[in-house]
Ligand binder design. Structure first.
Ligand SMILES: *[C@@H]1O[C@H](CO)[C@@H](O)[C@H](O)[C@H]1NC(C)=O
Length: 407
């Protein structure tokens, strides 16, 4: 582009030189072809005719120009050239100016572009800052998630440990004796019965015989009423302190669960004179559907076999408790036309009616007169007929069990 412009300029200059031909153009229009001095614009020559001799050449005749005329013509041409040069100068100046302007424009454009570039750079910075922010936030969240997951794992482990602990709960007092750190000492232990989610506290006698005895019933002061409903006997009632003192019935449902795989029953008796006796059996308590029926065999002991043999005097057939269903005053399952539980005053495996009843009426002092009872003269004390007879109510009675096959 620049080279083209330069070429144009050169051509213009050449044109200007051509225009200086004396036979044509401005030169003739301004009287260049006329002989003699003449006024030429403001550029009036200061020369005088005397300074210049007339043309002596005859051939030129009147056409011969004077020196002054020559000088004027030269000055005129000079002036013309000066004008043209000035025009060119202006032209060049304009061109340079324009060029400068375009340079400025270019610079401006570059500046603007640079500005945009900087802006885009700023944007890039902003973007990278934002994404950096997001990245760090995501990192923080990730860390938190990991912490939470670890926390959950810890909780899961705790729950597992607790489950193991729960599984470690003893099934009975024999289990406690075998596995519990302080299982060798008699006392309260938490056990979980197989087939039941219930965890409950029981008293374990770890000293009698080989230990492992779970207390299921106790009378010792007559402080608790044992004349209760089917539901009470099913779920149990009464309580024990941590020394194993108190009156209670564990509950037929638990007796059923505890004796499912076979169990040994130990009955401990003590009269008001402090004389003791015991009886042991293999036994099982049926389900509720079976009326919590008593399966009992293999008597052994010093108290006499009241449960299987019953009262020889009154007849085993009427007094044996083996195979009898459990009765309460509100659920009569005995072999008597009347309600044994109602008149004997407690839930038991009545036949027609009994040779033993550890849930009978507690008579302090032991001896009582059945004739005081009405409508029937019923021997309804806490009795074990082979030990102290039907008209003697024992001071202390206990029933304990341990799993079969552990002796
Ligand atoms: C046992 O309780 C029942 C119901 O309250 C009652 O009818 C019955 O006479 C009580 N038996 C004795 C021996 O107190």
């Amino acid at each position: 582009m620049v080279s083209v412009r330069v070429l144009f300029l050169v051509l213009s200059v050449m044109g200007a030189v051509q225009a200086a031909d004396p036979s044509e153009g401005e030169f003739i229009a301004e009287g260049g072809g006329v002989r003699g001095p003449r006024l030429v614009g403001k550029q009036q020559s200061a020369c005088k005719e005397s300074d210049w001799p007339f043309c002596s050449d005859e051939d030129w005749n009147y056409k011969c120009p004077s020196g002054c005329r020559m000088k004027g013509l030269i000055e005129e041409v000079n002036q013309d050239f000066t004008n043209r040069i000035n025009k060119l100068k202006d032209s060049l100046f304009d061109y340079q100016k324009n060029n400068k302007d375009s340079n400025t424009l270019t610079r401006n454009i570059i500046d603007i572009l640079r500005g945009d570039f900087t802006n885009s750079k700023n944007n890039e910075n902003t973007f990278s800052q934002v994404s950096e922010d997001l990245r760090s936030r995501i990192e923080i969240l990730k860390r938190k998630v990991i912490e939470q997951v670890q926390h959950i794992h810890l909780l899961q482990k705790n729950v597992r440990d607790q489950l193991i602990d729960m599984k470690r709960l003893e099934l009975d007092c024999y289990d406690a004796l075998q596995t519990h750190p302080s299982g060798a000492q008699s006392g309260i232990f938490n056990i979980k019965l197989p087939g039941s989610s219930k965890i409950f506290s029981v008293y374990c006698d770890q000293e009698t015989g080989l230990g492992g005895w779970l207390l299921i019933q106790q009378r010792m002061d007559g402080s608790l009423n044992f004349n209760r409903t089917w539901q009470d006997y099913k779920k149990g009632f009464g309580s024990l302190n941590d020394k194993g003192e108190g009156e209670f019935w564990l509950g037929n449902e638990y007796l059923h669960l505890l004796t499912l795989r076979g169990s040994i029953l130990r009955v401990e008796l003590e009269d008001w004179a402090g004389k003791g006796a015991y009886a042991e059996y293999h036994w099982r308590v049926g389900s509720e559907a079976e009326g919590y029926a008593l399966q009992v065999s293999s008597y052994e002991g010093t108290a006499g076999d009241a449960l299987i043999e019953g009262s020889v005097e009154e007849g085993t057939e009427y007094t044996s408790h083996a195979g009898m269903r459990f009765s309460t005053f509100d659920r009569d399952a005995d072999k008597w036309e009347d309600n044994c539980a109602e008149v004997y005053g407690g839930g038991w495996w009545y036949n027609n009616c009994q040779a033993a009843n550890l849930n009978g009426i507690y008579y302090p002092g032991g001896s009582y007169d059945p004739r005081d009872n009405s409508p029937y003269e019923i021997e309804n004390g806490v009795v074990w007929v082979p030990f102290r007879g039907a008209d003697y109510s024992l001071r202390t009675v206990r029933m304990k069990i341990r799993p079969f096959g552990t002796q």
